[in-house]
Design a protein around this ligand. Structure first.
Ligand code: NDP
Ligand SMILES: N[C@@H](CC=O)C(=O)O
Length: 536
């Protein structure tokens, strides 16, 4: 019987000879956490029968235990692992034994690598089961764990790999998650931003943690949180009941570079960096994060809507490091717009035209700017409801909409820049020129007559105001329109977004997605969905 030292009340594991067969592909994962390897290379061993016999007899004679051996089929090198205390003696013995080959340059000098570990998967079900090694290497590769050497006997009961000792804990967790999928998979999330979206995400994760474990076998641990003031880390997960207090009590002042460095040094498996800010600063770290084999989820549109070069760099970096870059909430909050577009593109469709309303704020404003309502108050209400950007000028100036159209255009395969999107503003000049949010609200008040005229004109023509974006064969524009009831975008309410994709396959009748396109609940829900899809 083996008891659990971390949980003394746990019933333990009985080791017996007559146990029932298991359906799992492997029985267990084992590790040796401190080994060294010696590597011998050279043409002198190619096709030379007796070479390995000489080498290993020598080591056996001198009582040096060899833990693992691997030799490539080219026979040009042999690598073997020993206890760190045996390395120098083994090197000395080998260089004595093969002195002539070394002098004749038929062998290179022995190369020693220290600070390594072995992780092995074992089990009789591995035998003749294709995909077991694929799963092992996928789990390691996805987590950025470099494999130094591999050994598998033809009995197929064991696959051993040599990795850096620093990666051992991460490797054990990643391989465990990879094989025992019916058990809980743990995601370690590092979250920037504790505002409207950030805190709603924590609330949703907290409320659904039991559901996630039971139905999806996923456990989310918030391993790091930062806003502009403080940051906090906990590899066991910051308490979602008490994260505000833990963050407040933290002694770490916020520092983005340190946040990213700490996230990397914690070296946790299934790591995700979540950007719930509206700041350009976190974006500067995305590439570094991908290069550390960490996935990125972002509702911050700045990363994907700055230069095309940057957009491309992020996508290429995520791809080449085998991690996810999810940003569903960049367009339409939690609506499945990016995913739909990606599915169309990945299956070879071509987007000819996109027509859309993608500002939840402006949608809300036009849907509520009726009767006696004044423009200023409706904008304020949109902000109070959490629909606007932290700075509402971003919405009203059309900038937020421009970012969304640009992201869609790029995802649809057009290498466009911000300057390629023509924007007709809904605002008069004085509002556009406001130097602060306070000045902006004051300008909205002062321009009340402008907005009232707009409202009256639309009402007189039995029309509604709509801010509509169009991408047509690589040309993009956003215009203010008055549409009548025959228009498909006439019947919207609340903060609704609507998007219609005309593609080669959806040519006669476009594919349409519609629903609330702003607000903390739906946006956090979109980030949440991105999170549980990481590594799926
Ligand atoms: N509202 C919506 O419906 C939608 C919003 N989004 C996007 O969600 C993002 C967040 O919006 P929202 O939550 O409303 O914004 P808030 O202003 O409410 O919150 C922003 C948070 O980011 C933090 N922050 C800012 N800069 C940094 C930094 N350099 N390092 C760490 N933390 C930082 C702020 O810290 P502090 O608290 O210290 O100020 C704050 O906690 C935006 O990018 C927005 O475009 C996307 C889709 C829909
Ligand atoms: N401020 C944005 C929020 C979603 O991206 C909007 O109003 O659409």
């Amino acid at each position: 019987m083996i008891k659990n030292t971390f949980d003394v009340d746990f019933e333990g594991t009985v080791i017996r000879h007559d146990c029932k067969p298991s359906n799992l592909p492997i029985k267990g994962i084992s590790s040796i956490n401190n080994i060294s390897i010696l590597n011998l290379e050279g043409s002198g061993m190619v096709g030379k029968s007796g070479f390995s016999g000489r080498l290993f007899s020598l080591l056996a004679r001198e009582q040096i235990n060899v833990i693992l051996i691997t030799q490539s089929s080219s026979e040009h090198s042999i690598t073997f692992a020993v206890q760190p205390g045996d390395t120098e003696r083994a090197r000395h013995l080998i260089e004595q034994e093969f002195e002539l080959e070394l002098v004749a340059k038929k062998l290179e000098h022995v190369v020693i690598e220290q600070n390594l570990a072995i992780i092995a998967i074992v089990g009789e079900n591995m035998k003749q089961t294709p995909g077991v090694s694929g799963k092992l290497f996928h789990a390691l590769g996805r987590n950025g764990i470099n494999v130094r050497a591999i050994a598998q006997g033809s009995s197929e009961y064991n696959i051993s790999v040599i990795i850096s000792a620093n990666d051992l804990a991460k490797a054990l967790n990643a391989v465990h998650d990879g094989f025992f999928t019916q058990l809980t998979k743990t995601l370690h999330a590092f979250c920037l931003g504790t505002g409207n979206i950030g805190q709603t995400l924590f609330k949703q994760l907290n409320a659904h943690s039991a559901y996630l474990q039971e139905h999806n076998g996923i456990q989310v641990k918030i391993a790091g949180i930062s806003n502009t003031r403080k940051m906090v880390f906990n590899s066991d997960g910051v308490s979602l009941d008490n994260w505000q207090a833990e963050l407040e009590a933290s002694m770490h002042p916020a520092d983005l570079a340190e946040f990213v460095a700490k996230m990397k040094s914690m070296n946790l498996p299934n790591c995700v960096f979540i950007d719930n800010t509206a700041s350009p600063k976190p974006v500067e770290y995305y590439e570094e994060v991908f290069k550390a084999n960490i996935s990125v989820i972002t509702c911050n549109k700045i990363g994907n809507s700055a230069s095309y070069k940057q957009y491309k760099t992020f996508h290429d970096a995520a791809h080449s490091h085998g991690v996810d870059f999810f940003y569903e909430t960049n367009v339409g909050a939690g609506l499945p717009i990016i995913r739909t577009l990606k599915d169309l593109m990945n299956s070879g469709d071509r987007v000819a035209k996109i027509e859309a309303i993608l500002s939840g704020t402006i949608s809300f404003i036009f849907n509520n700017f009726k009767g006696d309502a004044n423009f200023h108050d409706v904008v304020k209400e949109a902000q109070d409801k959490g629909y606007t950007e932290p700075d509402p000028r971003d919405d009203l100036s059309g900038k937020d909409f421009m970012r969304k159209i640009l992201i869609l255009a790029r995802d649809a395969g057009y290498a466009m820049e911000e300057a390629d999107v023509k924007i007709e503003s809904v605002l008069p000049k004085a509002c556009l020129e406001a130097q602060s949010v306070e000045e902006f609200y004051a300008a909205l008040k002062a321009e009340d007559a402008f907005f009232s005229n707009l409202k009256a004109k639309a009402a007189a023509e039995n029309k509604v105001l709509r801010y509509i974006g169009k991408l047509d064969e690589g040309k993009a524009e956003i215009t203010l329109q008055m549409v009548d009831e025959s228009h498909p975008f006439y019947t919207l309410s609340g903060s609704d977004n609507i998007i219609s994709f005309t593609t080669d396959r959806y040519r006669e009748r476009p594919l349409v997605v519609k629903g609330p396109g702003a607000g903390a609940e739906v946006t956090a829900a979109g980030v949440f969905a991105d999170l549980i899809n990481v590594g799926a």
